[in-house]
Design a protein. Structure first.
Length: 604
């Protein structure tokens, strides 16, 4: 990211800090480092024993850390390069080559993890005190003790995934990234990518919003047969491996164990989200009345994100947006702002709109201490300022945990949204405090409620859909069956507050997470409700709360979610905790009612 005359300009990111070039001496050196680290671990096979002394065990972990650093550089470069332009054949070829190289390396050192999982509990307890920064990683590995296969079987699965389900998911990305959407009247038609099309979901004009959704489903509909089949194979592969071979009791239990969250906690979270759907249904009924649209007091589904105010067409330049975000972070903590600036000043943020660039936004933390890479598609639409704050919040989280090992600096998925959502709330409050126009303030607050819906209830219902979809596919369900299932869940989600047309039944094929990472999405609901509750505490306690949040984030992934939250005084097993997040959202909705003050939306 460069600055000209004191203004940030959106540029393409640089991957040079990860790998100076994807070929030649730089690549050969990186491959040599991986080979050396792999050979060092292979040399330990003869000395592995339940009676290994603590010093030897620590030395083994040091070698494993070196392996992790080498493989993560090579493993992340390809996907980040590919995200720049999904039409780039060289990037795709590099990614394919590295997948093969890394699968072979992992297979060569696979014995190490299997040995650790197979150790008896007494030996493991004796060695854990010698594990240093990697202790929680090793504890978490042993959670999978009963679901681990033999070494030859694990090797076959690693190889299978490269040209099997991994290849199918890559095809999904390639197919959907190249889709082009057309919007506008004859003679004024625009060709858009998905991110540009999505802007029109929030257009002030109802016909434009309806046309944008219609175009989304028309274009995806042309590929629905293939995309639906990709999903069926994704689900079958998940079941074949995890239910039939690894003996998990349910498809979602795989994700829960990986997150180190008990099944009953996830069940409680999803149940509370379903029970509290009325919170958002009330908002949608109010919104229909405020906008004067819909029939019989019902909002139409394509009007869900309709703006309330007259400033909805306002655009914010990138040069304006970056200072907005940094100033809001600075007011909370100079450390927050410092880490966010690192991403910008080191050229690790890609904000340009380009043909072929991966849609959406993400933050990729590769190694502890290495500044993460952030991708956004900055369009100038006000919501993109919140997206920028969100992704920089992820980067701040990773940099606060830089003192941990490569295996433990990433926050577990359910806590991974904490800093990002908190950063969004800081931005929203900052903008509310600066804005004098009551209509604009109201629109800002309504945008925050819209985003809360999209992150809490919508994501929870994606997972409720996945649970039923995996069961349906196991019974021979077809894409048409999944369409009907998805539509029925939309009806439950919205109740009598929103009119849902049948074209929304295929919306599920447009959701990348359910293809990439099954059951991932409840982490968004978890993280948003957690961050809202924490933000409520911050509003109550002021500056005294800052070190508490910093301590929580600094754990990264070096402790279980249960321990991190318990230290923060949170019981994630208590339904009332999750309901408290909805009470904060309800307060934000109350603040939108005429006569209320929208500056205090987050008081518990």
């Amino acid at each position: 990211m460069t600055r000209q005359e004191g203004t940030y300009q959106p540029t393409r990111w640089s991957l040079g800090d990860l790998l100076s070039a994807p070929c030649g001496p730089a690549l050969e050196l990186a491959l040599t480092e991986l080979k050396t680290a792999t050979s060092a671990l292979e040399g330990l096979r003869p000395v592995l024993s339940p009676d290994m002394d603590g010093e030897a065990f620590t030395g083994m972990l040091d070698k494993y850390e070196a392996f992790q650093r080498a493989e993560r550089r090579l493993g992340h470069y390809g996907p980040l390069w590919f995200a720049e332009d999904t039409r780039n054949q060289a990037a795709l070829a590099f990614m394919g080559r590295m997948e093969k190289v890394l699968a072979e390396a992992h297979n060569r050192v696979l014995f190490l993890g299997l040995w650790w999982k197979d150790l008896d509990d007494r030996a493991a307890r004796r060695l854990l005190p010698h594990s240093g920064r990697m202790r929680y990683h090793l504890e978490q590995e042993r959670l999978f003790k009963d679901h681990t296969l033999s070494e030859p079987e694990e090797k076959i699965i690693n190889v299978k995934d490269i040209n099997g389900v991994g290849a199918l998911v890559t095809l999904y990305d390639m197919m959907t990234s190249r889709l082009v959407f057309t919007l506008g009247e004859e003679g004024e038609k625009q060709e858009l990518n998905r991110d540009e099309l999505t802007l029109h979901f929030r257009d002030p004009s109802p016909p434009v919003r309806r046309a944008a959704y219609g175009e989304l489903f028309r274009v995806y509909g042309r590929e629905a047969g293939v995309l639906g089949q990709i999903y069926l194979h994704r689900v079958r592969d998940w079941a074949n491996e995890n239910i039939d071979l690894r003996r998990f009791r349910s498809p979602i239990a795989v994700r829960n164990l990986g997150n180190d969250i008990a099944d009953d906690v996830v069940d409680t979270l999803l149940e509370v989200c379903a029970q509290e759907a009325a919170c958002f249904q009330r908002y949608f009924r109010l919104k229909a009345d405020w906008l004067g649209i819909g029939e019989k007091g019902k909002l139409r589904r394509y009007d869900l994100y309709a703006p309330l105010g007259h400033r909805s067409e306002k655009r914010i330049s990138y040069g304006e947006a970056v200072p907005m975000v940094l100033q809001s972070l600075e007011a909370f903590s100079p450390t927050f702002a410092h880490h966010a600036r690192r991403v910008l000043d080191e050229g690790h943020l890609d904000a340009q709109i380009r043909p072929g660039k991966r849609g959406g936004a993400f933050c990729a933390g590769v190694l502890p201490g290495m500044t993460p890479w952030v991708l956004v598609n900055y369009t100038g639409e006000p919501r993109q300022v919140a997206t920028l704050a969100h992704e920089l919040g992820h980067a701040v989280h990773a940099l606060l945990a830089a003192h941990h090992s490569a295996t433990t600096f990433h926050a577990p998925l359910p806590l991974a949204e904490t800093a990002s959502v908190f950063a969004e709330m800081l931005l929203t409050d900052s903008l509310l405090s600066q804005e004098k126009d009551p209509e604009v303030r109201r629109e800002l607050l309504a945008g925050a409620v819209d985003d809360a819906y999209a992150t809490v209830l919508r994501q929870a219902y994606f997972v409720l859909f996945e649970r039923q979809a995996h069961a349906a596919v196991a019974e021979g369900g077809t894409p048409d069956d999944l369409n009907r299932l998805y539509l029925s869940l939309l009806a439950r989600q919205f109740g009598d507050s929103v009119e849902v047309s049948e074209d929304f039944q295929t919306e599920w094929i447009t959701i990348p997470h359910i293809f990439h990472t099954p059951f991932y999405c409840y982490a968004y609901s978890f993280g948003q409700l957690l961050a809202l509750s924490l933000y409520g505490k911050y509003r109550q306690e002021g500056e005294g709360f800052t070190p508490k949040l910093m301590t929580m984030l600094a754990h990264g992934g070096a402790a279980s979610p249960d321990r991190i939250l318990t230290e923060a005084g949170i019981d994630m097993r208590d339904p009332e905790f999750w309901k408290s997040g909805f009470r904060i959202i309800s307060g934000m909705i109350d603040a939108l009612v005429p006569g209320q003050d929208p500056v205090k939306p987050t008081d518990p």
